[in-house]
Every structure is written in structure tokens, then in C-alpha cells.
Design a protein around this ligand. Structure first.
Ligand code: FE
Ligand code: FE
Ligand code: ZN
Length: 278
């Protein structure tokens, strides 16, 4: 199977346009924001546009579109209104995503804003328990975080604690962001095997559903979350070569999300495809 790779795309032109753009830059998947990343009301999704996109997927060999929740949602805020907003937005996003079979929904667990990680974990899992339902078709992904400020999900244990408290746990998975785990202290450059072994023992490798493939501007453990283009940061090309070829990661979809022009994304996709050994 050849590398399933794509990048973050703008929804401005609609759904079909995203599929066409993906094909143009030789991507076989892509990520998009469900609404303005800063939050707020989403305009209605046009069912015809969505079905045109799904048809185009087949023609272009595209799969595993990844919907990203607005990064301003905070499902473990101390303020009830902020938490309610996160819950209602996620619920609405998940209802919409039923239109896109095979989509996954990624979100940042949140920031505990001084309440402590344990309380953060409790509030995040409460949110998930109120938005997940048995007949949901979308897999919901917790993103591994860099541990900036009071971010929850800064290590594998915190993600595991969230998963442990979610009732419909079969709906849940994890998206590993290479910049974030590196900034969080995991040595994916010198010891990718060890990091994945740790992921497996703490969370379970079968939970890993997607990879955000970003280089980092900062040294390991910096907890900064500043993305860099592939090969231009502290993670470096050789580590990415090992990442795209690792037997435990190979079959997963990879999403580039460091701000880049389309032709820049296209070059990175080409470079990673060349590195990939199948
Ligand atoms: Fe993210
Ligand atoms: Fe990410
Ligand atoms: Zn990030």
C-alpha cells in the first residue's frame, strides 16, 4: 500500500474543491477545519457538495478525511459557558460528519487553566460522554499535545486516563502529532521504537489512527508547539524517513499541517513519498 498522505486544506471553496485540490497536489487524504478555527457558527454544509466530494474520492483514490475541531474549544475550561460551547460545537460537528462516512474527528483535549490535570481529564471525559452516542459512525481522536501552558494530553498517561473514563470507548482513537510529542519530551528522533513501545503499553497501539506530521522549531521537551516544515526543524528528515517507514505507522494516514503554500505542501508530499519504501 502506498503512503496515505495529505495536508491541511481550506474549506473556503467547499468540499468538492478540497478533493480536487488534494488530487492536484498528489495527496491521498487531507485535513480540514469543521468551521472557523477560532470557533463560532458554522455555515451549513451543502449535502450535494459533500456527495460530489465523496464520489470524487473514489475517482481520485482519496480516503480518511480528517475533520479538525476549532482549536479554541476548551472542553475542560473552568467556566461553564466555555465548556458548554465546546460540547455544543462538538455535538454539532459530529452530527454533520455523519454525512461523510469514514471521516475522523480530531480535537485538542483542552487546557485545565489551573484546575489541575486530573480535573481536566475528568471534564474532558464528561464532555465526550455527553457528545458520543452508540450510532455515531465517526471515530473521535484525542490529539497528543505539546504541554504548552496547562494543556491536557501532554503525555500518553493523560490520554489514557481520558480514554479510561469514556463509556463508548470504541468510538475513540488518538492522533499523534510528531511536533507535539517531540516538544512534549518523547524522543522520536533517537528512539522511535521506544516511544511507540511506550505508546503501546500505555494507550495501546490499536488506538493510533492518524499522524500529524510536522517538524518542530524547538528542542525536545520545550513544550512550545511551534511547527516547522518537514526537514527544516529539530526533528529532521532522517527521523521522518523512519517515521513514514515504521511498520507500526506505515498503514496510517499522515497529515501535514505546518502552514505552507500548496506548492510547498506538494513538494513535502513528494519528498515523503520518495522516502517511503513502498
Ligand atoms: Fe491540532
Ligand atoms: Fe496537530
Ligand atoms: Zn501544534
Amino acid at each position: 500500500m502506498s503512503l496515505r498522505i495529505g495536508c491541511h486544506l481550506s474549506t473556503a471553496g467547499g468540499f468538492l474543491a478540497m478533493a480536487k485540490t488534494a488530487e492536484q497536489i498528489n495527496a491521498s487524504t487531507f485535513q480540514f477545519f469543521t468551521r472557523n478555527p477560532r470557533g463560532g457558527a458554522a455555515k451549513a454544509w451543502d449535502p450535494q457538495d459533500v456527495s460530489a466530494m465523496l464520489e470524487y474520492f473514489e475517482k481520485a483514490g482519496i480516503a480518511a478525511p480528517l475533520a479538525h475541531a476549532p482549536y479554541t474549544l476548551n472542553s475542560c475550561a473552568s467556566d461553564d459557558n466555555i465548556r458548554r460551547f465546546a460540547r455544543e460545537t462538538m455535538k454539532d460537528d459530529l452530527e454533520r460528519l455523519e454525512m461523510i462516512p469514514g471521516a475522523m474527528y480530531n480535537f485538542h483535549p483542552g487546557s485545565h487553566v489551573g484546575q489541575g490535570a486530573e480535573e481536566g481529564v475528568r471534564l474532558i471525559s464528561d464532555t465526550l460522554n455527553s457528545v458520543l452516542c452508540k450510532d455515531l459512525h465517526t471515530t473521535v481522536l484525542l490529539e497528543t499535545m505539546a504541554g504548552k501552558g496547562t494543556e491536557v494530553g501532554r503525555n500518553f498517561e493523560e490520554l489514557r486516563s481520558i480514554l479510561d473514563r469514556v463509556e463508548l470507548t470504541e468510538k475513540m482513537g488518538v492522533c499523534l502529532d510528531t511536533c507535539h510529542v517531540w516538544d512534549g519530551g518523547y524522543d522520536i528522533v533517537e528512539d522511535l521504537d521506544g516511544v511507540l513501545r511506550e505508546f503501546d503499553s500505555v494507550i495501546g497501539i490499536d488506538r493510533l489512527k492518524a499522524i500529524h506530521i510536522n517538524d518542530s522549531m524547538n528542542p525536545r521537551g520545550s513544550h512550545k508547539d511551534r511547527h516547522e516544515k518537514i526537514g527544516q526543524g529539530k526533528i529532521g528528515s532522517e527521523a521522518f524517513r523512519r517515521i513514514v517507514n515504521h511498520p507500526l505507522l506505515k498503514g496510517l494516514p499522515f497529515y501535514l499541517e505546518t502552514p505552507n503554500e500548496l506548492d510547498g505542501y506538494q513538494r513535502e508530499i513528494e519528498m515523503l513519498r520518495e522516502m517511503s519504501q513502498d
